[in-house]
Ligand binder design. Structure first.
Ligand SMILES: Nc1ncnc2c1ncn2[C@@H]1O[C@H](COP(=O)(O)OP(=O)(O)OP(=O)(O)O)[C@@H](O)[C@H]1O
Ligand SMILES: [Mg+2]
Length: 398
């Protein structure tokens, strides 16, 4: 079980920990609360690293949060905080990776349970919570992608996410994986406090309770992970961190809708690995359709496994000189949804309120609603099972 290190000058708190944990308790009562993890670890001397740390900082809450973040991030050691200000500091503590806050006058049973819960979250070296196997009831990851830019991915993904959230509030999250130039925040008119890089590293990347506190909630009940507003921060996010974030979100939400940057970037390929439903968007023009054909070929070559997929043809207009038949012949499969060109769409983009949030009767909204229904119903169509992507190829052809 290991040692419980308790940093407290309160004899009652030390005794609570000793009665809860057993003989392996190392109490330290420094004159001044350790301002950083190095100072704390220096107090340990030759003793082994503790399995859990209980910090009772009294007024030095900020120092305790710094120490907790370091213990959690650098050593994977779970931290309990002792404080009578749980309501006031709860959110900051969660973001620092603190597992629980126990009142100094708490009954023994409460301390015991908090210590047991914290110890059960300890991360063995090299293994992080959130990456340990699939969640028992994993949500569906729905990725919206396209070979070219400006074809309507964000329009489709924001409407899809809002449409799903209006059906099932609090069970949908939208991730803006166009991390450099994403505009999901603006399309939904939200001013997020945290963006994707804040969630990809740090406490949120290890603990689903902390992760939830970093999400921005939209008025429809949709949760949002906006792209980065700093190119340097975006560059620092690795594909492994993206994979971990998606895995954690899929364990927390019924639907994870992902908006992507144009093309098959490293990040998009990482997401495709975890994607259940792929929505491919193209515009009704020769470069757009050719690009889609190439993307379909590439996906087939790399044998991406999916539950289902849909092709959305956007900017439909009779004057474009291409018919649906031309497009289907070129891409070698049928088009599932056809979105007409409509002035209503850029207006909603500029307003920051997707068509489906406005209960719009526009023909584009009608098509997007069918897409929402397909994705929502797909959730129940488990019997279909997974299959190899066979865009344009023979069944089973890789
Ligand atoms: N069916 C449509 N009719 C008219 N305008 C549309 C339609 N679909 C999208 N638009 C407009 O086209 C622009 C680009 O759409 P959107 O941002 O959704 O594309 P995107 O593929 O996400 O672009 P990027 O690759 O830059 O991220 C937006 O101003 C949007 O309002
Ligand atoms: Mg976009």
């Amino acid at each position: 079980m290991g040692t419980a290190l308790v940093v407290s000058r309160n004899a009652r708190v030390v005794s609570l920990v000793q009665q809860s944990w057993g003989p392996d308790v190392l109490p330290i009562a420094p004159e001044v609360f350790p301002p950083n993890v190095q100072t704390l670890l220096a107090e340990l001397g030759d003793a082994p690293m503790p399995a859990v740390v209980v910090l009772d900082p009294v007024e030095r809450i900020q120092d305790a949060l710094f120490v907790a973040t370091d213990l959690d991030q650098s050593f994977g050691i779970p931290v309990l905080l002792v404080s009578d200000r749980a309501g006031e500091i709860g959110l900051a503590a969660m973001r620092a990776g603190v597992r629980d806050i126990v009142h100094p006058m708490a009954p023994l049973e409460e301390m015991k349970q908090a210590l047991e819960r914290a110890a059960s979250h300890a991360s063995p070296e090299g293994q992080q919570p959130g990456t340990q196997g699939a969640a028992p009831q994993r949500g569906k990851v729905v990725t919206v992608a396209s070979p070219k830019g400006g074809v309507g991915k964000t329009t489709v993904s924001t409407n899809l996410a809002v449409g799903l959230a209006m059906k099932e509030p609090n069970s949908v999250v939208l991730v803006d994986l166009d991390i450099h130039f994403g505009d999901v925040g603006s399309a939904l008119n939200i001013a997020p406090e945290f963006t994707l890089p804040d969630l990809a590293h740090g406490p949120a990347s290890r603990d689903s309770v902390a992760l939830k506190s970093y999400l921005t909630q939209h008025q429809t009940g949709l949760f949002v992970v906006p792209g980065s507003d700093s190119p340097a921060a975006a560059d620092a996010v690795t594909p492994k961190e993206i994979a971990n974030l998606l895995n954690m979100l899929a364990g927390m939400f019924k639907f994870v809708v992902v908006d992507t940057a144009p093309g098959l970037s490293e990040h998009t390929l990482t997401v495709l690995d975890q994607t259940d439903i792929l929505v491919l968007v193209t515009s009704l023009d020769v470069p757009g359709v050719r690009g889609l054909r190439k993307e379909l070929d590439t996906l087939r070559d790399i044998s991406i496994v999916l539950d289902s997929r849909a092709v959305v043809l956007n900017f439909m207009h009779p004057s474009r000189g291409l018919s649906i038949g031309d497009v289907e012949a070129s891409i070698g499969r049928k088009v599932d949804y056809m979105l007409p060109q409509s002035n209503a769409v850029p207006i909603t983009t500029n307003q920051g309120m997707p068509l489906l949030q406005q209960n719009s009767k526009d023909p584009v909204a009608k098509q997007l609603r069918s897409l929402v229904d397909m994705v929502a119903a797909g959730d129940k169509a488990e019997a279909k099972g997974r299959r190899f992507l066979d865009f344009g190829g023979k069944k089973g052809d890789k």
